[in-house]
Ligand binder design. Structure first.
Ligand code: GLY
Length: 362
């Protein structure tokens, strides 16, 4: 499959959607660096897929080392970054390694952050292993770690040299992770790709099984959208990239209000998308029938569209905190039809509260 280009002048790079790692050494030959790499991953991922990734690299003369981190959002911390700096220094002996971020969103964000900051920046490669990371978090260079009082508060825009999505890894993902990833895939359909949305509606079971052809089709389709958006607004500064945050204003608040424990990111944004659809229909910008289709698809994937046992007040508080971090304004991505969305700032509090009543129950 032809690579998908992210156009960022001298920081441009390709996303390769493929079914093996065998061609990776070949893809790396155009970069003139020493063949010295450190794979940052989780132990279980290395056990399952490490050999597939590392053997072809070793065969082409790469000196490869591995470092593992625990499989938890807690790994996205400054303490863990410090641990990695120390490990990398010990292995590298002043050589600059190429970092391979081999895992889901946590590994991608953490390893990317370490690559951005170790010795003022070393090259890194994103090799995402979850659906969510393949279609979203590995692309676009948002790297970072969390602080105790907020997610992604320390970070950078630091682009990888390339992204390699091996879709065969997705087949063994736990069901909940596939559903969570599908939430982001549906997001892309709603904001920008009606055909993708229809494809998921018509081939839902195949999409959830992530069989090779279908997985490649949906991953490629989403990566094309993300690449196009990031190419237009790398630093999230012109209001274009914010479209990727459909469902995220409420989704992030829901995650924060529940301590990042109760819901996966995909589940939280599913509630957020259903909520944003309701807001859109209430504001008269989205037809009820279109909203129903979106909500129905989320339900068919067994994603939540409303949650119990969560305080509405906590969610509102988390949303107002989030607002502070985006120049004092809350931003809402509202679908106007399946395949097209707009961004609105500062919706009336009354509209938000009345829609929230249908999605958050204590
Ligand atoms: N996941 C949203 C973004 O990359 O901007």
């Amino acid at each position: 499959m032809k690579p998908i280009r992210v156009f960022l002048k001298e920081r441009s790079y390709d996303i390769h959607v493929t079914d093996s790692f065998n061609n990776l050494p070949n893809l790396l030959t155009k970069f003139q660096f020493h063949k010295f790499g450190i794979v940052i991953s989780h132990g279980c991922i290395l056990t399952r897929f490490g050999k597939q990734l590392i053997a072809p690299l070793k065969q082409s003369g790469w000196d490869i080392h591995t470092i593992t981190v625990p499989e938890s959002e807690k790994s996205k911390s400054l303490d863990m970054a410090k641990y990695l700096y120390k490990q990398i220094s010990g292995i590298s002996q002043m050589r600059n390694p190429v970092i391979f971020a081999f895992g889901g969103g946590v590994v991608g964000d953490l390893a990317g952050f370490v690559a951005a900051t170790y010795r003022r920046g070393v090259e890194y490669i994103q090799i995402p292993t979850t659906l969510l990371a393949q279609v979203d978090s590995s692309i676009g260079g948002k790297v970072g770690v969390d602080l105790s009082f907020g997610k992604n508060l320390i970070g950078a825009f630091y682009q990888p040299l390339l992204v390699l999505d091996n879709t065969t890894l997705l087949k063994t993902l736990p069901k909940r992770q596939i559903q969570s990833g599908m939430s982001e895939v549906i997001k892309y359909g709603v904001i920008s790709d009606r055909k993708l949305f229809q494809f998921i509606e018509n081939n839902l079971q195949d999409c959830l099984n992530l069989e090779s052809n279908v997985a490649q089709f949906i991953v490629e389709r989403c990566c094309r959208i993300k690449a196009k958006v990031v190419s237009k607004d790398e630093k999230d500064s012109t209001g274009i990239r914010v479209i990727l945050n459909f469902g995220h204003t409420l989704g992030h608040a829901l995650e924060a209000a529940t301590g990042y424990k109760k819901f996966t990111h995909g589940e939280a944004i599913s509630v957020g998308m259903a909520f944003a659809c309701r807001l859109s229909t209430n504001l008269g910008v989205l037809k009820q029938a279109e909203s129903n289709r979106i909500v129905k698809l989320l339900e068919k994937v067994h994603l939540p569209i409303a949650v119990k046992g969560v305080s509405r007040r906590d969610v509102m508080k988390a949303m107002s905190l989030d607002k502070k971090f985006i120049a004092g304004k809350s931003r809402w991505v509202l679908p106007i039809m399946i395949g097209k969305a707009i961004v609105k700032e500062e919706l009336p509090q009354k509209a938000i509260l009345s829609a929230l009543e249908h999605h958050i129950f204590s």
